[in-house]
Ligand binder design. Sequence first.
Ligand SMILES: [Zn+2]
Length: 243
Amino acid sequence: MIPIVRQPLPASLSAHLAGKTAKIAASATRQKTARKSWSSATATRRQLKLELLSMCARPSFCMYCYESRGTDVDHFVPIARDPLLTFVWDNHILACGYCNQQAKKERFPVDPDGHPLLLDPGMDDSAEHMTLASTGLFIELTPRGRETIDVLGLNARSELVEARYRSWRGVIRVFGQAARDRRPVDADDVEDLRFLPVVDALHHFAHDVAADRLARKAVPPSLARFAAHNLPALRSIFPSCRL
Ligand SMILES: [Zn+2]
């Protein structure tokens, strides 16, 4: 999960969404009104999806798992929890059918103070809450990381673990080749890295480089040093991350 850089909406679409929210706020049955209004707003959903499609680190991929195409406009805070956020732009996430309809659904764990435990791709960087093992499994670093792995089934979906494993190997291969060629990671390498099965593996690799913890992932020290020299290239791929 890579923090997205959310673009402002065209003024006409923003005004349209605000109008929908006002109608829900005025309704005596907000949840029912919100659901009905959302399901009938086909053109609005299509417009929102178009806006979301270009905003992720790998365009058009699910902002939760980054393994599948984004097909749905998900409500980060579910309609059942807050109908007033149904048409609020900051609450819209591009998700694959699995993440949205089978994994997350209406699950939205919160801490005792009511703060979300699920990480929000709109503002959170998952690398601060979980780390990727070279096996493709995520290891939690915080309670929010644990809840997110659980709610989205990030370790329970074997195809996802396998794709992250292959992607991690792909990152090691690209960096290893550049190191053997005694040249910096170049634009062609960056292009290859962007199109790994799961670009989130590269995202976690970048954080491991910045935090100097590649040795814990069984990466040879010489390759870890080479990767550290190429941190600027990684920063350019993930401008929204603190690297
Ligand atoms: Zn997904």
